[in-house]
Ligand binder design. Structure first.
Ligand SMILES: [Zn+2]
Length: 533
């Protein structure tokens, strides 16, 4: 009761003191102490709020910045935006999904949204910067391109259809039509690509809204609509998207120093910056697809072929995992912290294997390390990333195919390394035609050449970094490729489960594989020489 009297007094005060905003009083709402904003992984702040709710919309203003007049103005702005959205999508505002807008004095990463919560400043509401996120929470839509396209429709932003038609007729491939968030994100996309993605998003949203209505937009399967829209502007090309299904697992945010953070349903976070092998919007998309698809495939492999080790691998997988992609400092893993650092994106499967199957404490010597490194390299060879195939094709086969033994035209600044890649190319081309594209490349053959070259040309290649043994303290002389290949050989002789028994010390080498290490190595050597992969 006291609250109601207070509100009446307040209304009267506003009407008397400030007649100009009297019309706003119609949509006034009552703010009262609301639920405390709790600190979570997403929002690392704790604060008291003043809060108001009407229909689907709750606005919770941080208590120590709360001012009644400003609160009412912000509320009126939000309601007016919701009305406009309601008109655009043909839905009553009461039908919107319940959501909360947290208003704070300062955000560190601009407007942020997590699920049904939006986090911004009063200024973000006043200047409209929060609007795209508002559309997302009100309609329950996560995809960036859809909320952006809806916002552009709301603002009546025009689209140049002739320009879009020309762009998609000339595009070498149509991955940009996925409108994946990386196509809107610098530096993965350049200004022209971002402008194209913006226009396309707006045009497709308008097309879907006009013909099929908002329900079609909320559905996540939009490949058919994109194909249809493409036809409607007169581009006669087939659009498919093999990555879309798997990529739906990711949500996107920002972080200090990283333009894009991709979070999975297990709360694994990929902190993304351009890498030497991940420069473009398409590269980012393929990387995130492969990381998700191949991680699952690796777990499936453990379940099927190493049942004794599956449970622990799965629990490691379900634990904390943060992957930092940035140049410099190499690739490495800190399993206990659930932290992976990648200098090259294709190192992901190697480092993930270290997470799922830790090197035990106290392992120091290469004789003990190689089974672990070998396993990681073996897994990498089972699931070669596109970026790896691309570098093998473009930076090796294409560059060295005509050089024969006269190395010198390749990419590497080091002459010894160029000799290595020339020999790898020579071995590859002695067994297969020069592939016409990355897709036509025989990766198994290429990887075999990587293993064979330092064996066959030991003296010539001894100074190449690719001939160095895994660890120079003491070793069996395996290069990392060879350790991976030898591991594959042992697993084929027994099983992954048995191989892991050997790593764990449950079985000796002889117990696990039925012969001595030296015999096994000799047999493997012969197989490699004979080209058995
Ligand atoms: Zn390693």
């Amino acid at each position: 009761m006291r609250k109601r009297i207070f509100r009446l007094l307040l209304l009267t005060a506003i009407l008397i003191c400030c007649p100009i905003i009297a019309c706003n009083a119609l949509s006034e709402v009552f703010f009262s102490p609301g639920e405390t904003h709790t600190s979570t992984l997403d929002f690392r702040q704790y604060f008291e709020t003043m809060s108001a709710t009407q229909g689907a919309c709750t606005m919770s203003i941080r208590q120590d910045i709360y001012q009644e007049d400003q609160a009412q103005d912000l509320w009126a702005t939000v309601q007016s935006d919701l009305q406009a959205l309601s008109g655009l999508v043909g839905m009553e505002t009461e039908q919107f999904a319940p959501f909360t807008i947290f208003v704070v004095q300062q955000t560190f990463l601009g407007v942020e949204r997590y699920g049904d919560r939006l986090y911004c400043t009063a200024g973000d509401i006043e200047n409209g910067a929060y609007r795209q996120a508002l559309i997302g929470v009100a309609l329950g839509i996560e995809e960036y391109w859809k909320t952006l396209g809806l916002q552009n429709c709301l603002l009546d932003i025009p689209v140049d259809v002739a320009q879009l038609k020309a762009a998609y007729e000339q595009a070498s491939e149509l991955d940009g039509l996925s409108l994946f968030i990386s196509y809107f994100t610098e530096p993965f996309a350049c200004a022209a690509e971002i402008a194209l993605a913006q226009q396309t998003a707006t045009a497709i949203i308008r097309y879907i809204l006009e013909r099929y209505g908002i329900d079609a937009l909320v559905l996540e399967d939009d490949i058919a609509y994109k194909q249809e829209w493409l036809q409607s502007i007169g581009v006669d090309r087939v659009y498919t998207d093999p990555y879309a299904q798997v990529l739906r697992d990711y949500r996107f945010t920002k972080a200090n120093g990283y333009t894009l953070v991709a979070t999975t349903s297990l709360n694994h976070r990929f902190y993304l910056q351009p890498l030497e092998d991940m420069q473009t919007a398409r590269d980012v998309r393929i990387f995130l697809y492969e990381a998700a698809a191949y991680s699952q495939a690796l777990l499936d492999l453990f379940r099927a072929e190493a049942p004794d080790y599956y449970k622990i691998a799965k629990s490691c997988w379900e634990g904390k995992l943060n992957i930092f992609c940035n140049t410099g400092g190499g690739s490495y893993v800190q399993p206990a912290a659930g932290r992976v650092k990648l200098q090259l994106s294709y190192g992901y499967m190697h480092e993930l294997t270290h997470i799922l199957h830790h090197v035990p404490e106290g392992i120091r010597y290469a004789t003990e390390v190689w089974p672990y490194e070998g396993l990681c390299e073996y897994v990498s060879s089972l699931f070669p990333f596109y970026s790896y195939k691309r570098t093998c094709y473009e930076d090796v086969l294409c560059k060295y195919q005509h050089t024969g033994d006269a190395a010198g035209e390749g990419k590497s600044p080091n002459a010894d390394n160029r000799k290595y890649w020339a020999r790898v190319t020579e071995i590859y081309l002695a067994n297969a035609e020069m592939p016409a594209s990355i897709e036509e490349m025989d990766m198994a053959l290429f990887m075999h050449a990587q293993v064979l070259a330092p064996m066959r040309y030991a003296e010539e290649l001894k100074n190449s970094v690719w001939s160095y043994p895994l660890d120079r303290i003491d070793s069996h002389g395996f290069t990392s490729f060879q350790a991976g290949n030898f591991t594959g050989y042992l697993i084929r002789q027994s099983s992954l489960n048995t191989y892991l028994d050997y790593c764990a010390g449950v079985k000796t080498f002889e117990q696990a594989f039925g012969l001595s290490f030296e015999e096994a190595k000799e047999n493997w050597n012969e197989d490699v020489e004979k080209g058995i992969m």
